[in-house]
Structure formats: structure tokens, C-alpha cells
Design a protein around this ligand. Structure first.
Ligand code: F6R
Length: 357
């Protein structure tokens, strides 16, 4: 049950530090090293490209995963929407390896791709929260998210669990390839667990921001670049589905190529800045919207913060920032929905698992 929590969504947001810690335990061997089934590691090592296939929030997690697999394990990785990939399949490399991301393991769009992948005889791995689910049974391999049941329709802890498992997987591949390690994923995940707790403790800040700037707004924008762009796509999806505020998650450099026409007086624009290189550019883009009347709120990371930022995230490893920068956006979606009087756990028109194509 949801215990003392008013909604499952906020309970599940709150569970994320525990999920991060549990994943480290689950994937650690007796010597305290991260370890994943050798067959999975060697099949991925033999492949010349990883194709991540998913829908919705899991798709958004896939982009953070691509960054991890490419940077840590050094394997080219593409991310595709299941419903697009199934009927408009791109030219594949010679030895593709497929990773299906699916909290429920029952999503019909993703299953359609898996059926085709199996027919073609390509190896596949499902990352899912539900052992014994369809995608788990039908893929060659499975890795579990260990996030505990996710009841709220809006996915929160499965997003962070998927990214964490992909980080663990990436490190195991890198170790097996004999790469000199530059990231200790288990250590970083424990830092992240504490950092998520800090952000959740500050929940009143996001409650206040939601009431003041979002709950009566008809639209909103999240902007970011690079790794922060991946997160703003998820931030916008979460806000849309539970609060019904029309939201765009946009690459901040692209705003001026058209979308900026939508900025009016007091349009909320939330920037996410955790990337040192692109941070100043996003700040420049935030400045451009302010001069068109937008209400700009910047969520930055310790070390990259400036006076006047709406919130400063605790510092975590550069490649792992989605795990922390997504937390304020989950809370903003939750509080905005709450203040608009919506049924937070069961948003209109949505079902927890989508079993039709
Ligand atoms: C968003 C959401 C959906 C799911 C999508 C994929 O909060 O819940 O976008 O992420 O339907 O579902 P799974 O991961 O179960 O395949």
C-alpha cells in the first residue's frame, strides 16, 4: 500500500535513494565488485552497435543510457522509439545487440520489435522491473531493475533504476574490455543516493515553485543541452502526463529556430544546467527568453551555479547527472498535478501498461 503517502507517485519518488543502494547490492559480487552475467557481457562486447528500443519514459532513460554505454564501454549506441523502429527499421550494422527498456515488460510496441529481432536471430536483453514479464521471457537475457512495484501510472523510480542498471552494465563491459577505469559506478551510485535524499528534503522549494509559476499556466518549457537535453525530454513528459500543462522539452540551442515564438509574458521556462561545457550556452538561451517576457527558472549543479538560480543540485559525476537532475522535475510534475486537483496516480487517458500497438 501507499502507507502514509497521499499518492503512490510521491512514495515512489521517495523510494529512489533506496533503489540506488539496492541496485549496487544486487549487482555486487562477494568481492564487492559490480558483476553481470558473463554471457551478456561477451555478447555485447562482440557486437558492433547497441540498439536501445523503448517507449515513453523508458525511451528517455535510453538516451542517458546511450551516453553511458558510449562513454564508459566505448560501444556505438542508438536509441529508438519502438513504434517507429518496428515499421521503419533503420539500416542495421552487421552485429547488432538489442536492449529493450521496459518497466512493465508488457509494452506491445516494444514486443513487436522483439518479435522481429528474434525472427532475425539477433541477441537481445530486456531491462525490466517485472520478472517473468513477456519481454523478459522472450528476450535472450534479462536484467531486473529491482525498483519494487511501480503503481503510479507516471514512471519515476523505473527511470532512475534503468539508468543506474545501464551504468552498472557499462562499467562491467569496460572492465571486461580491460579499459582503464575512470568511473567507480558503485561509489557514484552511493553518492547519488545521498544526493537524491538532499533534493527530496528540499521538496517544499518545488512545491512553492509549482504553485507560483506552473499550476495556473497553460504551457511550460524545459530546456537543456547534451545530457541535460535528455533529461528535459523526460521532465516535459512527466509534467504533461500528470499535470496536463502542455510542456516541451527542447534543446536550448534550437529554441531560436522556431519554438521561441511561443514565449509570452510569464511563460515558465525551466533550464537544467549540469554540463560545464554547454551550461553558459543554455544560460544565454534562458536570457533570450527572459527578454521576450518568459519567467526563467534555472536548476543548476553545484560548481556551475550562479546567483539567482532557482535550485542548485548537489554535485555528482558528469555522466550520472540525469539521476539527480530529474528529481526536481518529478517533484514539480507531482506538485503541479496536486495543486490542479488532478488524480496524480491515474492521469486521464492513460494506463500503466500499454498492451496495444
Ligand atoms: C510515463 C510512462 C510511459 C511508459 C511507457 C513505457 O510516465 O509511464 O511513458 O514509460 O508506456 O512503459 P514500459 O517502460 O513499461 O515499457
Amino acid at each position: 500500500g501507499k502507507g502514509t503517502y497521499p499518492y503512490y507517485m510521491i512514495k515512489e519518488i521517495d523510494e529512489q535513494p533506496a533503489v540506488m543502494r539496492k541496485l549496487v547490492q544486487q549487482y555486487q559480487n562477494d568481492e564487492g565488485q559490480l558483476e553481470i552475467n558473463e554471457d551478456i557481457i561477451s555478447e555485447i562486447k562482440e557486437s558492433d552497435r547497441v540498439y536501445i528500443i523503448a517507449c515513453g519514459t523508458s525511451y528517455n532513460a535510453g538516451w542517458a543510457g546511450k551516453q553511458l554505454i558510449e562513454r564508459i564501454a566505448g560501444i556505438h549506441t542508438e536509441v529508438h522509439l519502438s513504434s517507429e523502429f518496428a515499421y521503419n527499421t533503420p539500416l542495421l550494422t552487421e552485429n547488432p545487440f538489442f536492449i529493450f527498456l521496459s518497466q512493465s515488460g508488457e509494452t506491445a510496441d516494444s514486443r513487436q520489435v522483439l518479435v522481429q529481432v528474434n525472427q532475425a536471430g539477433y541477441p537481445s536483453l530486456t531491462l525490466t522491473n517485472v520478472s517473468g514479464s513477456t519481454l523478459s521471457r522472450e528476450a535472450k537475457y534479462t536484467l531486473l531493475l529491482h525498483a519494487g512495484p511501480e503503481i503510479a501510472v507516471a514512471s519515476t523510480k523505473a527511470y532512475t533504476a534503468q539508468i543506474a542498471v545501464l551504468a552498472i552494465l557499462s562499467e562491467c563491459i569496460a572492465n571486461s574490455k580491460g579499459f582503464e577505469s575512470f568511473i567507480d559506478v558503485a561509489h557514484e551510485l552511493s553518492i547519488i543516493a545521498n544526493a537524491i535524499e538532499t533534493v527530496i528534503d528540499d521538496h517544499e522549494i518545488f512545491d512553492h515553485l509549482s504553485v507560483t509559476h506552473l499550476s495556473s499556466s497553460k504551457n511550460a518549457f524545459y530546456i537543456g543541452r547534451g545530457i541535460d537535453y535528455y533529461v528535459v525530454m523526460e521532465a516535459a513528459l512527466k509534467l504533461k502526463e500528470v499535470s496536463y500543462v502542455q510542456a516541451e522539452g527542447w534543446a536550448s540551442g534550437e529554441l531560436k529556430h522556431g519554438t521561441i515564438a511561443l514565449i509570452e509574458d510569464n511563460t515558465p521556462v525551466i533550464s537544467i544546467i549540469t554540463d560545464e561545457v554547454t551550461g553558459p550556452h543554455t544560460r544565454g538561451n534562458a536570457h533570450e527568453v527572459v527578454s521576450r517576457g518568459a519567467h526563467s527558472m534555472i536548476i543548476s549543479m553545484e560548481g556551475l551555479d550562479r546567483k539567482g538560480d532557482a535550485y542548485v543540485l548537489p554535485k555528482v559525476h558528469d555522466l550520472m547527472t540525469p539521476l539527480i537532475s530529474v528529481i526536481p522535475t518529478q517533484l514539480i510534475a507531482y506538485y503541479t498535478a496536486l495543486h490542479r486537483g488532478n488524480d496524480v496516480d491515474k492521469p486521464r487517458n492513460l494506463a500503466k501498461s500499454v498492451t496495444v500497438e
